[in-house]
Design a protein around this ligand. Sequence first.
Ligand SMILES: C[C@@](CO)(OP(=O)(O)O)[C@H](O)COP(=O)(O)OP(=O)(O)OC[C@H]1O[C@@H](n2ccc(N)nc2=O)[C@H](O)[C@@H]1O
Ligand SMILES: Nc1ncnc2c1ncn2[C@@H]1O[C@H](COP(=O)(O)OP(=O)(O)O)[C@@H](O)[C@H]1O
Length: 320
Amino acid sequence: MLAVVPPPVTVRVPSKINLHLSVGDLRPDGFHDLTTVFHALSLTDEVTVALAEEPGVEVYGEGEQVVPTGASNLAWRAVEALAAHVGKTDGASNVRVVLRKGIPVAGGMAGGSADAAGTLVALAALWKLDIGRDELAGIAAKLGSDVPFGLYGGTALGTGRGEQLVPVLSRHTFHWVLAFDQRGLSTERVYKELDRLRETGNPPRVGSHAPVVEALASGDPRQLALLLGNDLQAAAVSLRPGLRRTLRAGVNAGALAGTVSGSGPTCAFLCADAESALEVAAELAGAGVCRTVRVAHGPVPGARLVGGDEHRPTPPQVHA
Ligand SMILES: C[C@@](CO)(OP(=O)(O)O)[C@H](O)COP(=O)(O)OP(=O)(O)OC[C@H]1O[C@@H](n2ccc(N)nc2=O)[C@H](O)[C@@H]1O
Ligand SMILES: Nc1ncnc2c1ncn2[C@@H]1O[C@H](COP(=O)(O)OP(=O)(O)O)[C@@H](O)[C@H]1O
């Protein structure tokens, strides 16, 4: 009798920027308490999972030379975590994962986290698991602080170490220009640099997230532009001083405002509309301050199947 092999499953997953990132104290577990407003962007990775004789991970696209393909790849860790969760003892032994990356590696845009979130959704479909969003989010949180957001996308308030999420109402589409740097920055190193700066001085701290939430509800990019803020920006700039020039160049090119995305070094520039974003991107690309420029819009949904959305996690209810 012929065994029926299920067809490969492909999932598209968004990147994220942090519209607001307030970093609190260092906790005994080595993480910092934080309050952040995540915003999912149309710059995406694609994850394909298939049953294959040779298990493993293949990586193509943005940063393919520097992404590990072994057991430390976050997508592979997601395969092992889901297999363990559902008690498939040999679950990972015949899974092949192909990553097509558009999100810069170690860029502060949660690319590895996106791949892990995408792998969970894709594999749940491949294995035909009856598993809900909340259950996947529990597995995701163990893989990394940013991984649960990749499941939901949209715009969300993150607390704890970033893994506890509440959706934020955001009716408008915002237009962004992203400036990729030559090399990535280690997230852990940037948090440590912030601790050092706080020991020796008084780096700027963002205020409350409430005005950002209001600006998102109003949909006015000019209002939002005044409120973008990131406590990690000082640390990222301290480690990569050239980012100052990049941030200035984006605003000089016509962006409403610029911010370092998460732990950097990618800079995100908010623009008035889609047309302005294209103009800013063209000028920034010629300014010699970054490796590559992309345009993107947000918010977009979280991990979802390409060519069907029957296994897409149900979005949480929006509380205005
Ligand atoms: C800074 C942020 C902002 O969204 O994003 P990125 O810039 O990495 O995309 C996140 O907090 C990154 O989340 P993520 O990249 O998932 O980090 P994790 O793997 O959980 O942790 C990596 C390391 O970052 C530090 N870390 C992370 C989260 C947190 N709340 N406090 C921390 O101090 C810890 O040193 C930890 O060992
Ligand atoms: N699938 C993956 N894609 C990118 N990086 C990965 C992946 N799996 C593991 N990594 C490792 O995680 C580190 C952080 O990557 P990434 O998630 O892209 O950045 P950030 O934490 O800045 O958002 C990389 O330097 C890389 O060594």
